[in-house]
Design a protein around this ligand. Structure first.
Ligand code: PAF
Length: 276
C-alpha cells in the first residue's frame, strides 16, 4: 500500500494521531538506495507504525556544497517506501521546516562535532542535530533508526538524546554493502567504473585493520594494516577510536573510520573492531 504523504506539520499531526503502539522513524534526505531500504526494513520489523521523513536539509550544506544539485528522486523514493511498508512519508518544504527562516538557535554538537567530518565541514553537525531534534519532536517517534555508515552522526545523535533528555530510543543499523564490500551511499552514483574500483580500497582497508586487531596486533599495527590498502584514494583521515569516538582503547571494542576522495567524490566508511 502507498504511504500517506504529509507535506505540512498539520498533515503529519493528523496522520500521527491515528497511530498506536510503537512508532518508528527513519530520517532521510531522499535519493533512496538499498542501504535506506535495509534501514526501513529493520525499523519496520520492530515498529507498529513507521514514519519516514524526506527532507533535504539546507542547514547541513556548506557554502561550497551544492544544496540545489542534491539528487531529488521523489517518485522512486515513494516506491521504495511503499515496498518497505512505510505508513507515512513526511516530506515538508523548507518553509514548513523553518517557518521563521534560518534558525538562530541550533543544537551544538560539542567537541566531537568538530573532528573528522566536522573538521572539513564546519557547521555540518549543528545543521544535522538541529533538524534531527525538530523531526523527533514533529514525528513524536518512540524509536529512531540511523545507519552506522554515518557513524559520527549516529554517535552525536545518541549524545544529543542522552544530554538533552529526549524521550526517544536511538538504534544504529549496520551498514549495507555491495557484495564486493563497497558501502552503499547516495554518492556512489557519482563514481565512474574506474573510480568505483579505486573506492573498494576503503572497505578493503577496514577489513585489513579489523583482521589485524582480531589477530592481537594492537592499535598501531591495526592502523598500519589498514593504511597499506589505501594507496589509490586521496586519504582525508584514517583513525582508530573507542566506540564513542574518543581515544582508542588498549583492549576491547573500538571503531576504525576512514574518509577519502576518489576523483571528486568524497567517501566515508567505518567498521567495528575488537582490539585483543
Ligand atoms: O543522514 C542523513 O541523511 C541526514 O543527515 C539526516 C539524518 C536525514 C538529517 O538531515
Amino acid at each position: 500500500m502507498s504511504p500517506v504523504v504529509a507535506r505540512t506539520r498539520a498533515e503529519l499531526k493528523a496522520a500521527r494521531a491515528g497511530m498506536g503502539g510503537v512508532v518508528g522513524v527513519v530520517m532521510t534526505m531522499g535519493a533512496l538506495h538499498s542501504g535506506h531500504a535495509g534501514l526501513l526494513r529493520a525499523a519496520r520489523e520492530s515498529s507498529d507504525h513507521l514514519v519516514m521523513t524526506l527532507f533535504v536539509n539546507p542547514l547541513q550544506f556548506g557554502p561550497n556544497e551544492d544544496f540545489d544539485r542534491y539528487p531529488r528522486t521523489f517518485e522512486r523514493d515513494l516506491e521504495i517506501a511503499a515496498a518497505e511498508g512505510v505508513d507515512v512519508v513526511f516530506a515538508p518544504t523548507v518553509d514548513q521546516m523553518y517557518p521563521h527562516g534560518e534558525p538562530s538557535v541550533r543544537v551544538n554538537p560539542g567537541p566531537v562535532g568538530e573532528i573528522l567530518e566536522g573538521a572539513s565541514r564546519p557547521g555540518f553537525f549543528h545543521g544535522v542535530l538541529t533538524v534531527v531534534s525538530k523531526l523527533l519532536h514533529l514525528t513524536g517517534a518512540d524509536v529512531a533508526y540511523f545507519g552506522e555508515k554515518d557513524y559520527q552522526q549516529l554517535t552525536l545523535i545518541r549524545a544529543m538524546v542522552r544530554d538533552l533528555d529526549l524521550d526517544v530510543e536511538i538504534r544504529g543499523v549496520p551498514t549495507v554493502r555491495e557484495p564486493d564490500g563497497l558501502a552503499l551511499s547516495s554518492r556512489n552514483r557519482y563514481l565512474s567504473d574506474a573510480e568505483r574500483r579505486i573506492a573498494l580500497a576503503l572497505s578493503r582497508a577496514l577489513r585489513a585493520g579489523a583482521q589485524a586487531a582480531a589477530d592481537g596486533e594492537g592499535p598501531e599495527a591495526t592502523l598500519a594494516a589498514a593504511d597499506k590498502e589505501l594507496d589509490g584514494p586521496e586519504l582525508d583521515y584514517l583513525v582508530l577510536t573507542d566506540p564513542d569516538l574518543g581515544p582508542p582503547p588498549e583492549h576491547g571494542p573500538a571503531r576504525l573510520l576512514v574518509a577519502a576522495r576518489v576523483g571528486t567524490t568524497r567517501l566515508i566508511d567505518n567498521i567495528p573492531v575488537e582490539i585483543r
